[in-house]
Ligand binder design. Structure first.
Ligand code: DAH
Length: 340
């Protein structure tokens, strides 16, 4: 019996070593230690033993049982640990792996310029208003004092929808809408899309953007206009930029002027970029609101006066970011737009 027990112990240790999962381990436990297991069978045969042998074999059987139990416990722990490790391994996140990049959109450079301009004027106390892109011929031309034979009215210059409706060629009709609606004092800017029958080239597009400014109050003078433009140009481009007024002609202003900004490269000294003139960009058209326009909008020019200007947002954007082709702003090529 002693040999049998030692053989069982030896075999149990060897066989348990080979076990690879919990299920098999449980089978081994039943096989060796269970009610019908090998040790029990040995103990059942104890009746045949002598009184002296019985406690010796009993003790040995218990020792063997303890050894096998210990083996099983150890392996059980190992298997549990291994299972845990395998689970952790399978759930492991490789934090060194680059994540999937989210693509965030951002402001189009034109919208950035527009918002920057609006911000500057809001800080100067202006209201920001909007006007429709589809306008009446009356608001776009007649109320703005454009003579019947003004070339801009021509079918070859303007997109007409009907005889009386068109795509606005300028943001100036917003002036008319505001003046008809509101008593002075008026201090507004309005930015948006404008349309002209132009062929596309490096600096022209049939759709472009303007910003209109209008101030009407008692005692508004040309000095106020010059001061406002000077302040806003310095805000937009920097304090080392200057402006120059060149006489011009617009139907809706008298007197009228175009405003140039000093060259971005040489800051007014004269260089290749500005053909040695020191002046690089024609920034805007402006003037004192024509009395006819005030009258047409129900404002008494004997009491009130005003100034207005209109500037090209596309052009400002091109100069600001050093673009030489207006198409870049409308192609919507992400390789270009992502740079901003
Ligand atoms: N509307 C003019 C244009 O498109 C720009 C302009 C000039 C607007 C003088 C004005 C102004 O308000 O007073 O060329």
């Amino acid at each position: 019996m002693k040999e049998r027990l030692m053989e069982i112990k030896q075999r149990a240790i060897e066989e348990i070593k080979e076990v690879i999962d919990m299920e098999e381990l449980d089978k081994k436990r039943v096989e060796f230690l269970g009610k019908k297991g090998e040790i029990t069978q040995v103990l059942r045969g104890m009746g045949k033993l002598s009184a002296e042998e019985r406690p010796v074999i009993g003790k040995l059987a218990n020792e063997v049982r303890s050894v096998i139990e210990a083996e099983i416990e150890t392996l059980k722990r190992d298997l549990k640990n291994k299972a845990k490790e395998a689970k952790l391994e399978s759930e492991k996140i490789d934090i060194s792996m680059p994540g999937r990049k989210k693509y965030y959109g951002h402001r189009h450079p034109l919208m950035r310029t527009k918002e920057e301009l609006e911000e500057i004027f809001m800080n100067m106390g202006f209201d920001v208003v909007e006007g429709p892109e589809i306008e009446t011929v009356y608001n776009n031309f007649d109320a703005l004092n454009a003579p019947e034979d003004h070339p801009s009215r021509d079918m070859s210059d303007t997109f007409y929808i009907t005889e009386n409706i068109l795509l606005r060629t300028q943001t100036s009709p917003v002036q008319v809408r505001v003046m008809k609606q509101k008593e002075p004092p008026i201090k507004i800017v309005s930015a948006g899309r404008t349309f002209r029958f132009d062929d596309v080239d490096d600096t022209h597009s049939p759709m472009f953007h303007q910003m209109e400014c209008l101030v009407v109050d008692k005692g508004v003078t040309l000095a106020n206009l010059k001061d406002t433009i000077d302040i806003f140009v310095k805000e937009l481009f920097g304090s080392d930029f200057n402006t120059r007024f060149r006489p011009h002609d617009f139907p809706f202003t008298e007197p009228s002027a175009e405003v140039d900004v000093s060259c971005f490269k040489c800051k007014g000294k004269g260089c290749d970029n500005c053909n040695g003139t020191g002046w690089a960009m024609e920034l805007l058209g402006c003037g004192m609101v024509h009395p006819n326009v005030l009258k047409k909008c129900g404002i008494d020019p004997e009491i009130y006066s005003g100034f207005a200007f209109g500037l090209g947002i596309d052009r400002v954007t091109m100069v600001k970011y050093g673009l030489n082709n207006i198409r870049l702003l409308f192609d919507n090529d992400m390789r270009f737009l992502d740079q901003f």
